[in-house]
Write a protein that binds this ligand. Sequence first.
Ligand SMILES: [Zn+2]
Ligand SMILES: [Zn+2]
Length: 774
Amino acid sequence: MKLLRRRWIQCILTVLAGVLLLDLVFPPRPALPYSTVVTASDSTIIHAFLSRDDKWRMYAETDEITPVLRDAILFKEDKYFFYHPGINPISLVRAMGRNLLTGRRTSGASTITMQVVRLLEPRERTYSNKLIELARALQLELHLSKAEILQLYLNLLPYGSNIEGIKSASILYFGKLPKLLSLAELTTLTIIPNRPSSLRLGLRNERVKQERNRWLRQFLDRGTFSAAAIADAIAEPLTAHRRAAPQQMPHLALRLLREHRQTPVIHTTIQPSVQAAAEQLVQNYVNRVRAYNIHNAAVLIVDNQTMSVLAYVGSADFHNVFDGGQVDGVRAVRSPGSTLKPLLYGLAFDAGLITPKSKLNDVPTNFGGYEPENYDRRFNGPVTAEFALANSLNVPAVKLLRDIGTPIMVSTMQKAGFATVRQQAKDLGLSMILGGCGVTLEELTTLFTGFANGGRVKALNYVQQGRKLQGTAVPVLTSEAAFLVTNTLTQITRPDLPNNFDNSYHLPRIAWKTGTSYGRRDAWSIGYNQRFTIGVWVGNFSGVGVPELSGANTATPLLFQLFNALDYNSPRGWFRPPTGGPDARLAMRQICPDSGEVPGDSCAARATDYYIMGVSANWRCVHQKIVFTDLAGRMSYCAHCLPEQGAVRRSYPNLAPELIAYYTVKRIPYVAIPTHNPACERLFGTGADQKPLITSPNDGSEYFIDPKSPTEIQLACQAANDVQAVYWYLNDRLIRKATPAEGVFIKPKPGVLKISCVDDRGRHSDIRIVVKVE
Ligand SMILES: [Zn+2]
Ligand SMILES: [Zn+2]
């Protein structure tokens, strides 16, 4: 007896030493690779991927293991699970005795812990392996809590084929999460793993049901569940069948799979109802515009407060290979068209360059060889900054970018997370504001959330996370500038309402900006109210341009539909100007409507406008200029030639030279300052009226050109020496602004060519030449 006890002690010590040694040499395998599961905000499964070893092995989280599930599985497999150290000595001894008596090896006495060991590391059934498994079971108990071991067990249970774990089985056979299983369904799933090949769900449901009900009756005998619950469960039909794994939102799912390799369950912020509505609207919309050869669209919907992405539509149909459905339109790099203009105007408000009613000249302008035109190829003359932004005029935008500087615009965009612009930074010029750079729908949508959030941009959240982990806000605009941008983008008297816009549309209350890229390849419309920002892109992934495509007519209708579906009659109020507080810098002031500047002595009219205190320029308006003329007002004097008598002081519009040139060419009447006194010694006129004289080419001459290598023709003029700049026009189209002495070269096309030269006082002359093919 003494000997036996010593042997027992020896045995236990050996096992313990073995466990410790094993633990050092062979640490326990934490788990097998899981199938990545992507869930929506309500924890429904959006998408599931096979594990690296091609199994459906979905990870059930602790809160998915309900008490009912736990009780059922423990009752069936291991009643003393919470009381033994991984091995159950009593049943072990009992099994050993049985083996000795019968001379057969039976596989009783396996605790859940030991089963987990075998599921993690399958071994042949030998006595020595059994010992290893015992040691491993003790080891596992050292490392993991009971709850973790049970969780691991439920996640590894075999269900036949390549299905492992209660969650995979629940999803793939019952189409629901384990939490939602009935007692009958749950019991079914606890009996399959013992005989996964003979109890095939879906194929032998009748047999499975018999076995299920046998266990349910046992539950009743032992009082595990109430009689009523068992009766219901026994009556429940078994309809399990193998289903396809959820494969929704493939663009986002694939993206998150790459970004979160080690996460078995990726909890996204996607709201299934919003996502479903967005997908439906995109699909219907693309079906409608397909007639115009427009095949794709992408949509991103963001909650402004949490920065959570609520819907993500990468393309109209992922599975449509003809239209490149697998391309993710949310992340594809495209040309932004005019969609960056609001940021530029915001920067200009913050730089003090403009206020909403500042006047900007929309006239043909040459920016060192770059001559932007408007979308409709027309110019509007002097316009307010808010008109220029709401109407997306190009020349004022390029001028503002020149004044602010491309590097400021680029660095602000970098701060706001524009990755391609960061790479392109060195190569970007003024054309970037008209679309000459690369952006994604995701970047643009993020930028616009900044306008809704007082000028502060935060990274988007795709994955649910604690408050602490939320991205830091990067200020790109002040709250004042952001409000002025919003206020401008809310105006509805604008040309980028859809053409067919009528009463059948409900116009949502949003601020929005459209964009159309060069060659009509991309239609954009990004809009926001206080709650949501929605980005819409419509076009072809092939990059094919379509004449009918435009931000206003192609993207905006979809944007409106999305807002109306999502936030019809938004309960939240509208953006309020950040005025009134002690630190408020936004205020109203009186201005002269001719310039948008503080009224000067000769400004009669008054209007009010927002301005940012201490920031907005405080210039006095000089829209009028005082000039001394003769009594008839036909001749002007300077300080040198001002006669002592017979001169009068008059006020004339103080027009910018490019505006004068534009009025002259367009034959728009304006009040000009009279010609300067021809007798004045300060000036040497070129003629009686001192208009520029075109000296090359000769009026009425004929030129012969070789169309393959057309020769250049030089344009030259003589201008009065009070002239700083001349404007050259071909057939009434501005081609260059130059100094009077500068040689300008053109490559003419065959035909009659009208050449005009306008000086900065509006004096001009025209000639005509004929260009013929050699
Ligand atoms: Zn004025
Ligand atoms: Zn003079």
